[in-house]
Design a protein around this ligand. Structure first.
Ligand SMILES: *[C@@H]1O[C@H](CO)[C@@H](O)[C@H](O)[C@H]1NC(C)=O
Ligand SMILES: *[C@@H]1O[C@H](CO)[C@@H](O)[C@H](O)[C@H]1NC(C)=O
Ligand SMILES: *[C@@H]1O[C@H](CO)[C@@H](O)[C@H](O)[C@H]1NC(C)=O
Ligand SMILES: *[C@@H]1O[C@H](CO)[C@@H](O)[C@H](O)[C@H]1NC(C)=O
Length: 366
């Protein structure tokens, strides 16, 4: 007469609606000890289920933490769940069902969280579109490099502190940068949603940055240092520095952004103030293998601070776009495959900026 298999099911309902979609439901497994005996049962035979009027009195404890099938943030805290009824299924006719004292009953509980447990979805990636993305303090702005027209995407993103050193990761189509307030590596989605990825491995106030074709993030404090970080999704060294170095303090003559052009060698290009008055601006580059700076060409008529630079490269046409902070003018300079460089041509009147950085999907051809 005693049950061979005993299945107790506790149904725990602490449901409240979620505005974000269906609340997550996950099977939880508990054990508890039945202390009451005999259990009063009304078994009628066969495979009937019987209601037990007395619930086990000991607090159920979780035997299988199920965070793998349940978002961690939504796990109900243990000890707060209440077993309202216990149903014992006995495969027998039973007038009086007695359980050994104490007996361990496995309870499979289905809990519905009273929190918003919608599985986290990734914020929308960018689309490798033709626009330049400009970060100004903590505002994300989309810039049409040909017309200069802008669209304000989101303001004061993250914790609102200044963001700089931004690059476009071609491997996952998100923007990455450093947000200063918490010295945080941040990922920025196309709608401006900011996700804190991790603390930066360094605490340099970088304001030059780009991500190369292989997913390595290169950043620098104006040319006073260089860092190469792994931002290849899934890489075992993700977020780690693979190389770094320092130059003379003060940076490389007001270098304020880096641009990688995939077909123009392993260099990060940028614009620096030329030495000597009236000498304008130097197009410079940092060798990703040599770890040295060199001047590519002097542009005496080009002057300004180029805090935001963007690249475009289809193998045949590699063009740099540089936005002058104070005037907002966007200049473009072509880098030919044979190493020669064109004259700066004004592309558009863009926004005037101060604390800023630019990034773009370099493979998109305008
Ligand atoms: C339950 O009872 C039926 C009918 O007597 C039998 O066929 C079946 O094997 C039993 N199941 C278990 C789990 O004992
Ligand atoms: C669930 O999310 C909605 C919308 O964001 C919010 O109004 C509600 O308070 C949340 N409920 C809980 C329990 O967090
Ligand atoms: C332009 O912005 C960059 C990046 O924030 C900054 O380093 C540079 O000093 C600014 N230059 C001018 C002239 O405002
Ligand atoms: C290269 O691309 C730029 C930007 O679209 C454009 O202004 C320029 O005319 C192109 N050059 C050639 C040689 O096609």
């Amino acid at each position: 007469m005693s049950p061979r298999s005993l299945l107790a099911i506790a149904s725990i309902a602490t449901l409240s609606g979620s505005a974000l979609g269906s609340p997550a439901v996950a099977a939880r497994h508990y054990t508890t000890t039945a202390l009451h005996t005999p259990l009063t049962t009304i078994c009628t035979g066969g495979d009937d289920s019987s209601s037990v009027s007395t619930a086990p009195t000991s607090e159920p404890h979780e035997t299988q933490p199920s965070s793998k099938d349940y978002p961690t943030t939504c796990l109900p805290s243990l000890g707060t769940t209440l077993i309202s009824t216990v149903t014992v299924t006995a495969n027998a006719t039973c007038a009086s069902l007695s359980l050994p004292i104490p007996s361990t009953v496995t309870i499979t509980a289905t809990v519905t969280a009273d929190k918003n447990c919608t599985a986290p979805t990734s914020p929308p990636a960018l689309q490798c579109d033709k626009y330049g993305y400009l970060i100004q303090h903590a505002d994300l702005i989309r810039v049409d490099l040909e017309t200069g027209s802008i669209k304000n995407i989101a303001q004061k993103i993250g914790d609102g502190s200044d963001i700089n050193g931004m690059g476009y990761n071609p491997l996952d189509n998100y923007l990455y940068a450093r947000q200063g307030g918490k010295n945080m590596l941040v990922r920025i989605a196309s709608d401006g949603t900011l996700t804190e990825v991790m603390k930066m491995p360094t605490n340099v106030g970088e304001y030059c940055g780009d991500i190369d074709d292989d997913g390595y993030y290169w950043y620098s404090t104006g040319g006073a240092d260089w860092q190469q970080m792994d931002l290849r999704p899934g890489s075992p060294t993700y977020g780690k520095l693979l190389g770094s170095g320092k130059f003379a303090a003060g940076g490389y003559r007001a270098l304020a952004d880096w641009v990688f052009l995939p077909s123009r060698g392993r260099y990060l290009y940028g614009f620096s103030r030329a030495t000597g008055s009236g000498r304008g601006t130097d197009l410079v580059r940092f060798g990703m293998d040599t770890h040295r700076f060199e001047t590519v060409r002097n542009y005496p008529t080009l002057s300004g601070g180029f805090g935001a630079a963007y690249g475009m490269d289809d193998g045949r046409n590699a063009t740099l776009f540089a936005s002058d902070n104070s005037s907002g003018f966007i200049w473009k300079i072509e880098l030919a495959a044979d190493g020669t460089t064109g004259q700066p041509i004004k592309s558009a009147n863009g926004p005037k900026t101060s604390s800023n950085d630019g990034a773009r999907c370099v493979r998109n051809i305008l």
